[in-house]
Design a protein around this ligand. Structure first.
Ligand code: ADP
Ligand code: ADP
Length: 213
């Protein structure tokens, strides 16, 4: 099964995709995580995208599409995949349809106020991409990853200016992707304003319905 998670920045795409991947064996593919790994490792790609990402803009389609196409040909995606953060433009959605089959698109809906609450408290473990929230999902030891004990960081693009930019980019460039999948009857809306457990339960029920036993 191949699933796309859509939704504004901070909606919980990464958090939910990680849970579903753990339970299902589907590969979690996050374009944001791939870009951030490249930035951390100072690769050529990382150097090319750092400023774009820190400013809250989108990485060019051509580059992003090629990256995802390569990733979806790796060995660990045999059971299927969960795309988190891609497609983010209509061109990306069209390109994806040419090299892969999308079975289900889950749209996580939250308000702009909730976006700001979630992003301003988000902390991440850079190596693994594990995500916490100072209030809604705190680590056992403040400021440290539960698994490795290493320090957590605040993402460079989780500052006020970049958050506003990402919200406006989402409205202009990513909302058309919602219409694209709705028209193809692949999209299911999920109210993502509840707690992490409440949203995860809804997604669980939805996926169960998709896979009749
Ligand atoms: P996205 O991948 O959509 O940007 P994340 O999964 O990184 O979103 O979640 C953004 C922030 O909000 C993180 O700090 C995460 O711990 C927190 N979060 C995710 N889902 C919820 C939820 N349902 N309720 C409260 N906080 C949440
Ligand atoms: P969010 O938490 O805002 O959902 P992501 O981790 O998915 O963030 O992405 C972080 C940044 O990486 C984006 O703001 C953008 O600069 C870049 N990025 C990620 N995915 C894409 C994509 N599909 N197309 C273009 N840029 C992307």
């Amino acid at each position: 099964m191949n699933i796309v998670f859509l939704g504004p920045p901070g909606a919980g795409k990464g958090t939910m995709a990680e849970r579903v991947a753990d339970e299902s064996g589907l590969a979690h593919v996050s374009t944001g995580d791939i870009f951030r790994d490249n930035i951390r490792n100072e690769t050529e790609l990382g150097r090319a995208v750092k400023e774009i990402i820190d400013g809250g803009h989108l990485v060019p389609d051509e580059l992003t599409i090629e990256l995802v196409q390569d990733r979806l040909h790796e060995a660990d995606v045999q059971l299927g995949w969960i795309l988190d953060g891609f497609p983010r433009t209509r061109s990306q959605a069209e390109a994806l349809s040419e090299f892969a089959r999308v079975d289900l698109v889950i749209l996580l809906n939250i308000s702009d106020e909730e976006v700001i609450r979630r992003l301003s408290g988000r902390r991440v473990h850079p190596e693994s991409g594990r995500t916490y929230h100072v209030q809604f999902n705190p680590p056992a030891k403040e400021g440290h990853d539960d698994v490795t004990g290493e320090p957590l960081i605040t993402r460079d693009d989780d500052d006020e200016h970049a958050i506003q930019m990402r919200l406006s980019v989402y409205k202009e460039q990513t909302e058309p992707v919602i219409a694209y999948y709705r028209k193809r009857k692949l999209l299911v809306d999920v109210d993502a304003s509840g707690t992490i457990d409440a949203v995860a339960t809804k997604i669980h029920a939805l996926l169960k319905k998709q896979q009749p036993s």
